[in-house]
Write a protein that binds this ligand. Sequence first.
Ligand code: NAP
Length: 246
Amino acid sequence: MSNIQDKVVIITGASSGIGEATAKELAVKGAKLVLAARREDRLKKLQEEIQSNGGQAVYKVTDVTKYEQVEELAAFALKKFGTIDVLINNAGVMPHSFLYKKKVEDWDKMIDVNIKGVLYGIAAVLPTMRERKSGHIINLSSVAGHFVGAGSTVYAGTKFAVRAISEGLRKEEYANNIRTTIISPGAVDTELPSAITDMDLKPGIDEIYKGAIAADRIARAIAFAIEMPGDTAINEMIIRPTRQER
Ligand SMILES: NC(=O)c1ccc[n+]([C@@H]2O[C@H](COP(=O)([O-])OP(=O)(O)OC[C@H]3O[C@@H](n4cnc5c(N)ncnc54)[C@H](OP(=O)(O)O)[C@@H]3O)[C@@H](O)[C@H]2O)c1
Protein backbone atom coordinates (compact mmCIF):
# COMPACT_ATOMS: atom_id res chain seq x y z
CA MET A 1 0.00 0.00 0.00
CA SER A 2 1.24 3.51 -0.85
CA ASN A 3 2.46 5.61 2.07
CA ILE A 4 0.06 8.27 0.78
CA GLN A 5 -3.09 6.12 1.04
CA ASP A 6 -5.50 7.60 3.63
CA LYS A 7 -3.10 10.37 4.70
CA VAL A 8 -4.89 13.61 5.52
CA VAL A 9 -3.20 16.37 3.52
CA ILE A 10 -3.94 20.09 3.70
CA ILE A 11 -2.91 22.04 0.59
CA THR A 12 -2.92 25.84 0.62
CA GLY A 13 -3.12 27.56 -2.76
CA ALA A 14 -4.98 24.54 -4.15
CA SER A 15 -7.08 26.61 -6.57
CA SER A 16 -4.49 26.67 -9.37
CA GLY A 17 -1.02 25.70 -10.57
CA ILE A 18 1.18 23.54 -8.37
CA GLY A 19 -1.39 23.24 -5.57
CA GLU A 20 -4.09 22.01 -7.94
CA ALA A 21 -1.73 19.57 -9.68
CA THR A 22 -0.57 18.24 -6.32
CA ALA A 23 -4.15 17.72 -5.18
CA LYS A 24 -4.87 15.65 -8.30
CA GLU A 25 -1.67 13.61 -7.92
CA LEU A 26 -2.27 12.84 -4.24
CA ALA A 27 -5.98 12.10 -4.78
CA VAL A 28 -5.11 9.35 -7.24
CA LYS A 29 -2.72 7.93 -4.65
CA GLY A 30 -5.49 7.77 -2.03
CA ALA A 31 -4.93 10.86 0.12
CA LYS A 32 -7.78 12.57 1.97
CA LEU A 33 -7.43 16.15 0.83
CA VAL A 34 -8.31 19.44 2.46
CA LEU A 35 -8.13 22.10 -0.25
CA ALA A 36 -7.63 25.76 0.69
CA ALA A 37 -7.41 29.06 -1.22
CA ARG A 38 -9.53 32.20 -1.66
CA ARG A 39 -11.33 31.40 -4.95
CA GLU A 40 -14.23 29.17 -3.95
CA ASP A 41 -15.42 28.43 -7.51
CA ARG A 42 -12.02 26.89 -8.34
CA LEU A 43 -11.90 24.84 -5.13
CA LYS A 44 -15.42 23.53 -5.67
CA LYS A 45 -14.64 22.53 -9.26
CA LEU A 46 -11.46 20.74 -8.17
CA GLN A 47 -13.27 18.95 -5.35
CA GLU A 48 -15.95 17.77 -7.78
CA GLU A 49 -13.35 16.55 -10.27
CA ILE A 50 -11.46 14.63 -7.58
CA GLN A 51 -14.65 13.10 -6.22
CA SER A 52 -15.91 12.10 -9.67
CA ASN A 53 -12.64 10.21 -10.16
CA GLY A 54 -13.19 8.34 -6.88
CA GLY A 55 -10.92 10.52 -4.71
CA GLN A 56 -11.61 12.17 -1.36
CA ALA A 57 -11.54 15.94 -0.95
CA VAL A 58 -13.14 18.70 1.06
CA TYR A 59 -12.40 22.40 0.77
CA LYS A 60 -12.40 25.51 2.92
CA VAL A 61 -12.07 29.06 1.63
CA THR A 62 -9.00 30.41 3.40
CA ASP A 63 -6.87 33.52 3.18
CA VAL A 64 -3.46 32.45 4.53
CA THR A 65 -2.64 36.02 5.56
CA LYS A 66 -5.37 35.79 8.22
CA TYR A 67 -4.13 33.82 11.20
CA GLU A 68 -7.63 32.94 12.48
CA GLN A 69 -8.61 31.56 9.08
CA VAL A 70 -5.57 29.27 8.96
CA GLU A 71 -6.34 28.03 12.50
CA GLU A 72 -9.93 27.40 11.34
CA LEU A 73 -8.61 25.46 8.36
CA ALA A 74 -6.66 23.09 10.62
CA ALA A 75 -9.68 22.70 12.92
CA PHE A 76 -11.83 21.94 9.86
CA ALA A 77 -9.39 19.21 8.72
CA LEU A 78 -9.42 17.66 12.19
CA LYS A 79 -13.21 17.74 12.31
CA LYS A 80 -13.62 16.23 8.84
CA PHE A 81 -10.91 13.58 8.95
CA GLY A 82 -9.80 13.28 12.61
CA THR A 83 -6.11 13.98 12.02
CA ILE A 84 -3.60 15.99 9.95
CA ASP A 85 -0.73 14.02 8.45
CA VAL A 86 0.68 16.54 5.98
CA LEU A 87 0.51 20.30 5.49
CA ILE A 88 1.64 21.68 2.14
CA ASN A 89 2.31 25.41 2.53
CA ASN A 90 2.03 26.16 -1.17
CA ALA A 91 0.12 29.47 -1.44
CA GLY A 92 2.40 32.15 -2.85
CA VAL A 93 2.54 35.34 -4.92
CA MET A 94 5.29 36.76 -7.12
CA PRO A 95 4.67 40.36 -8.26
CA HIS A 96 8.30 41.06 -9.19
CA SER A 97 9.49 44.67 -9.52
CA PHE A 98 12.60 46.77 -9.12
CA LEU A 99 13.02 48.26 -5.63
CA TYR A 100 13.18 51.86 -6.93
CA LYS A 101 9.63 51.49 -8.26
CA LYS A 102 8.50 51.39 -4.60
CA LYS A 103 5.64 48.94 -5.12
CA VAL A 104 5.24 48.76 -1.37
CA GLU A 105 1.82 47.12 -1.51
CA ASP A 106 3.30 44.26 -3.53
CA TRP A 107 6.14 43.88 -1.00
CA ASP A 108 3.60 43.66 1.81
CA LYS A 109 1.58 41.09 -0.10
CA MET A 110 4.61 38.88 -0.70
CA ILE A 111 5.70 39.09 2.91
CA ASP A 112 2.16 38.38 4.14
CA VAL A 113 1.41 35.42 1.85
CA ASN A 114 4.85 33.88 1.33
CA ILE A 115 6.28 34.26 4.84
CA LYS A 116 3.46 34.89 7.33
CA GLY A 117 1.18 32.43 5.52
CA VAL A 118 3.79 29.70 5.94
CA LEU A 119 4.31 30.54 9.62
CA TYR A 120 0.55 30.57 10.28
CA GLY A 121 0.25 27.15 8.64
CA ILE A 122 3.03 25.77 10.82
CA ALA A 123 1.43 27.26 13.93
CA ALA A 124 -1.94 25.75 13.08
CA VAL A 125 -0.76 22.14 12.65
CA LEU A 126 2.18 21.83 15.06
CA PRO A 127 0.18 21.20 18.25
CA THR A 128 -1.62 18.15 16.84
CA MET A 129 1.51 16.84 15.09
CA ARG A 130 3.59 17.21 18.26
CA GLU A 131 0.93 15.47 20.30
CA ARG A 132 0.80 12.54 17.88
CA LYS A 133 4.59 12.56 17.39
CA SER A 134 3.96 12.32 13.67
CA GLY A 135 3.55 14.72 10.77
CA HIS A 136 5.04 16.25 7.65
CA ILE A 137 5.25 19.94 6.72
CA ILE A 138 6.15 20.77 3.11
CA ASN A 139 7.01 24.37 2.28
CA LEU A 140 7.24 25.84 -1.23
CA SER A 141 10.37 27.92 -1.67
CA SER A 142 11.91 28.51 -5.12
CA VAL A 143 15.19 28.70 -6.97
CA ALA A 144 14.73 32.32 -5.87
CA GLY A 145 15.29 30.95 -2.36
CA HIS A 146 18.82 30.07 -3.48
CA PHE A 147 19.71 32.91 -5.87
CA VAL A 148 18.75 36.58 -5.99
CA GLY A 149 18.13 38.30 -9.32
CA ALA A 150 17.63 42.02 -10.03
CA GLY A 151 13.89 42.62 -9.88
CA SER A 152 13.17 39.53 -7.77
CA THR A 153 14.67 40.98 -4.58
CA VAL A 154 11.64 40.95 -2.31
CA TYR A 155 10.28 37.66 -3.66
CA ALA A 156 13.73 36.08 -3.18
CA GLY A 157 13.80 37.51 0.35
CA THR A 158 10.55 35.74 1.14
CA LYS A 159 11.73 32.47 -0.40
CA PHE A 160 15.08 32.61 1.45
CA ALA A 161 12.95 33.11 4.56
CA VAL A 162 10.90 30.01 3.75
CA ARG A 163 14.10 27.96 3.62
CA ALA A 164 15.37 29.44 6.90
CA ILE A 165 12.04 28.80 8.61
CA SER A 166 11.92 25.25 7.25
CA GLU A 167 15.43 24.45 8.51
CA GLY A 168 14.63 25.94 11.92
CA LEU A 169 11.44 23.91 12.02
CA ARG A 170 13.42 20.77 11.19
CA LYS A 171 15.89 21.43 14.01
CA GLU A 172 13.09 22.09 16.50
CA GLU A 173 10.82 19.19 15.55
CA TYR A 174 12.84 16.29 14.13
CA ALA A 175 12.93 14.68 17.58
CA ASN A 176 9.13 14.76 17.57
CA ASN A 177 9.15 12.65 14.40
CA ILE A 178 7.91 15.56 12.27
CA ARG A 179 9.31 15.57 8.75
CA THR A 180 10.05 18.78 6.86
CA THR A 181 10.51 19.25 3.13
CA ILE A 182 11.53 22.33 1.16
CA ILE A 183 10.47 22.28 -2.49
CA SER A 184 12.32 24.79 -4.69
CA PRO A 185 10.97 24.89 -8.23
CA GLY A 186 12.41 26.71 -11.23
CA ALA A 187 10.01 27.99 -13.90
CA VAL A 188 6.71 26.12 -13.77
CA ASP A 189 3.81 26.83 -16.11
CA THR A 190 1.20 28.36 -13.76
CA GLU A 191 -0.62 31.66 -13.17
CA LEU A 192 2.21 32.91 -10.91
CA PRO A 193 3.94 35.37 -13.31
CA SER A 194 0.61 36.94 -14.28
CA ALA A 195 0.79 39.19 -11.18
CA ILE A 196 3.85 41.03 -12.51
CA THR A 197 2.94 44.61 -13.42
CA ASP A 198 6.47 46.03 -13.83
CA MET A 199 6.66 46.23 -17.63
CA ASP A 200 10.47 46.65 -17.53
CA LEU A 201 10.69 43.12 -16.15
CA LYS A 202 7.85 41.38 -17.93
CA PRO A 203 9.62 40.54 -21.24
CA GLY A 204 12.55 38.88 -19.40
CA ILE A 205 10.21 36.86 -17.21
CA ASP A 206 8.08 35.85 -20.20
CA GLU A 207 11.25 34.61 -21.89
CA ILE A 208 12.18 32.45 -18.86
CA TYR A 209 8.66 31.06 -18.66
CA LYS A 210 8.71 30.00 -22.33
CA GLY A 211 10.73 27.02 -21.08
CA ALA A 212 8.54 26.35 -18.04
CA ILE A 213 7.72 22.77 -17.07
CA ALA A 214 4.23 21.49 -16.24
CA ALA A 215 2.99 21.71 -12.65
CA ASP A 216 2.57 17.94 -12.39
CA ARG A 217 6.39 17.62 -12.24
CA ILE A 218 6.38 19.42 -8.90
CA ALA A 219 3.33 17.45 -7.78
CA ARG A 220 5.19 14.21 -8.46
CA ALA A 221 8.21 15.40 -6.45
CA ILE A 222 5.92 16.27 -3.53
CA ALA A 223 4.26 12.86 -3.75
CA PHE A 224 7.71 11.24 -3.69
CA ALA A 225 8.60 13.08 -0.46
CA ILE A 226 5.35 11.99 1.19
CA GLU A 227 5.65 8.43 -0.10
CA MET A 228 9.03 7.84 1.60
CA PRO A 229 8.88 5.59 4.67
CA GLY A 230 8.30 7.59 7.86
CA ASP A 231 11.91 7.17 9.02
CA THR A 232 13.14 9.07 5.95
CA ALA A 233 12.79 12.81 5.40
CA ILE A 234 13.41 14.34 1.98
CA ASN A 235 14.46 17.68 3.40
CA GLU A 236 15.00 19.60 0.19
CA MET A 237 14.52 19.34 -3.55
CA ILE A 238 15.31 21.75 -6.41
CA ILE A 239 13.30 20.97 -9.53
CA ARG A 240 14.12 22.99 -12.64
CA PRO A 241 13.45 22.77 -16.35
CA THR A 242 16.45 20.92 -17.76
CA ARG A 243 17.25 23.92 -19.94
CA GLN A 244 17.05 26.54 -17.15
CA GLU A 245 20.43 27.93 -16.10
CA ARG A 246 19.58 29.64 -12.82
N1 NAP B 1 5.36 28.69 -10.96
C1 NAP B 1 6.65 28.83 -10.71
O1 NAP B 1 7.45 29.04 -11.63
C2 NAP B 1 7.18 28.71 -9.31
C3 NAP B 1 8.56 28.69 -9.12
C4 NAP B 1 9.05 28.62 -7.82
C5 NAP B 1 8.20 28.59 -6.75
N2 NAP B 1 6.85 28.63 -6.94
C6 NAP B 1 5.98 28.63 -5.76
O2 NAP B 1 4.99 27.65 -5.89
C7 NAP B 1 3.84 28.02 -5.12
C8 NAP B 1 2.58 27.83 -5.94
O3 NAP B 1 2.57 28.77 -7.00
P1 NAP B 1 2.03 28.45 -8.48
O4 NAP B 1 3.18 28.53 -9.39
O5 NAP B 1 1.19 27.26 -8.46
O6 NAP B 1 1.18 29.79 -8.76
P2 NAP B 1 -0.39 30.05 -8.91
O7 NAP B 1 -0.96 29.21 -9.99
O8 NAP B 1 -0.52 31.53 -9.04
O9 NAP B 1 -0.96 29.57 -7.53
C9 NAP B 1 -0.83 30.32 -6.35
C10 NAP B 1 -1.87 29.85 -5.36
O10 NAP B 1 -1.74 30.61 -4.15
C11 NAP B 1 -3.03 30.99 -3.75
N3 NAP B 1 -2.99 32.20 -2.93
C12 NAP B 1 -2.47 33.42 -3.23
N4 NAP B 1 -2.68 34.28 -2.22
C13 NAP B 1 -3.36 33.59 -1.26
C14 NAP B 1 -3.86 33.93 0.01
N5 NAP B 1 -3.74 35.16 0.52
N6 NAP B 1 -4.50 32.97 0.72
C15 NAP B 1 -4.65 31.73 0.22
N7 NAP B 1 -4.18 31.34 -0.97
C16 NAP B 1 -3.54 32.28 -1.71
C17 NAP B 1 -3.83 31.18 -5.03
O11 NAP B 1 -5.21 30.97 -4.78
P3 NAP B 1 -6.34 32.10 -4.60
O12 NAP B 1 -5.95 33.24 -5.49
O13 NAP B 1 -7.59 31.40 -5.04
O14 NAP B 1 -6.33 32.43 -3.16
C18 NAP B 1 -3.29 30.04 -5.87
O15 NAP B 1 -4.02 28.87 -5.63
C19 NAP B 1 4.09 29.46 -4.67
O16 NAP B 1 4.53 29.46 -3.32
C20 NAP B 1 5.21 29.93 -5.59
O17 NAP B 1 5.98 30.95 -5.02
C21 NAP B 1 6.31 28.67 -8.20
